[in-house]
Ligand binder design. Structure first.
Ligand SMILES: [Zn+2]
Length: 112
């Protein structure tokens, strides 16, 4: 499972790099004789790219945390209640840090 996580981490980091490259604010040409319309479009792109970057960074952190748990021999255990996380769940979401019932609780908490 550690291998799978490392592979996922590499994929996410590559994705993050390609997303960052799409950010108009990261381009050297930025601010070169832009019209106001260009600026508005770039700001919109920047906001969209930033949101993507944030969600990717969040995923990367989760995968890194899961790798850390592998090293400590705690991988596959719910960080909230300590129960074993379903193998089926880990197959889909190798970086899962909560068992299904805790994850459901957290989601309903976020919604309320
Ligand atoms: Zn739990």
């Amino acid at each position: 499972m550690e291998e799978k996580l490392q592979q996922k981490l590499a994929e996410l980091e590559a994705e993050l790099k390609s997303v960052e490259a799409q950010d108009p604010y990261n381009r050297d040409s930025y601010a070169d004789e832009n019209t106001q319309d260009d600026d508005a479009a770039e700001r919109e792109d920047h906001t969209r790219v930033n949101a993507l970057e944030d969600s990717l960074k969040e995923k990367i952190q989760k995968v890194e945390a899961a790798l850390d748990r592998c090293k400590k021999g705690k991988y596959g255990l719910c960080v909230s209640c300590g129960a074993k996380i379903d193998q089926a769940r880990l197959d889909i979401l190798p970086e899962a840090d909560l068992c299904i019932s805790c994850s459901n609780k957290e989601q309903s908490f976020e919604l309320s």
